[in-house]
Ligand binder design. Structure first.
Ligand SMILES: [Zn+2]
Length: 256
């Protein structure tokens, strides 16, 4: 078989920098994101209308966002992949998710987006981790949609406790105090904005961010995550996670 230059360079890369499955780190061919075993265990959200998978109310009120969707349930392989979301794996998981989610946005009629932003990560945490997973995913979405990524709209105050260590009511109170508009005078009038994050858990954070953008007169705000915790008891697979992911000490724990 005659090797093309591209294939040849891929082979060289395979030898020195083996491509790894984003969930289990097993070596896989360059064009693969998940190994076969992990891919077989991925749990994609069903093709039901998004409203059937997301809570009708957040903290007792109608959500501030107009649209929500995610690619996977936060379970098994996808959970491993998101927890393993670093460096090269972050880029391939973000690109893989963005390629598929852009099709969902199109079929749901939420693809006329003016700009993409992400749930902000505090600078100290970004320095500690070396990357911002929500931003990596948001940039991949912006590329798929061919619109700008703007990470300057929302700010985040330092929070002492991680979201996953809080109970539900604490999460809402904390999200309310943690996020803010970096420039309250800036108008987003007529803009359709997509906010990206890695996991939709209670929706407290994404709802708060959406409400801030609405305060700046954004016309429509959609929220998009790689994973959704299957905790609302309304999806086909309700109850799969076991335990109450809203409560302290329950398992599995999202990273925030
Ligand atoms: Zn794997």
């Amino acid at each position: 078989m005659k090797l093309t230059m591209k294939r040849f360079s891929e082979l060289i890369l395979d030898v020195f920098f083996p491509n790894q499955c984003v969930a289990c780190n097993k070596a896989v061919p360059m064009d693969m994101v998940f190994c076969e075993e992990c891919a077989a265990k991925l749990e994609y959200l069903p093709e039901t209308p998004w409203q059937a998978m997301f809570p009708p109310e957040i903290n007792g009120a109608h959500p501030s966002f107009d649209y929500a969707n995610a690619l996977f349930f936060y379970d098994g392989t996808a959970r491993e992949a998101v927890l393993n979301f670093k460096d090269k794996a972050a880029l391939s998981l973000a690109a893989y998710s963005a390629e598929r989610l852009v099709l969902k946005l199109e079929s749901d009629g939420f693809d006329r987006i003016d700009l993409v932003t992400s749930v902000p990560m505090h600078r100290s945490k970004r320095l500690e981790r070396g990357y911002d997973q929500a931003r990596v995913f948001a940039e991949a979405m912006a590329e798929q949609l061919n619109v700008p990524y703007d990470g300057t709209l929302l700010g985040r105050r330092r929070s002492r406790m991680a979201q996953h260590e809080r109970g539900m009511s604490e999460r809402f109170a904390s999200a309310d105090k943690t996020y803010f508009l970096t420039d309250p005078a800036r108008t987003l009038e007529g803009k359709r904005i997509l906010i990206c994050d890695d996991i939709f858990t209670t929706g407290a954070t994404l709802d708060k961010c959406a409400s801030l953008l609405k305060k700046s007169a954004a016309e429509k705000v959609g929220v998009l995550t790689i994973c959704l915790t299957d905790s609302f008891g309304r999806g086909e697979s309700a109850g799969r996670l076991g335990g109450d992911p809203f409560e302290k000490g329950s398992s599995p724990k999202p990273p925030h």
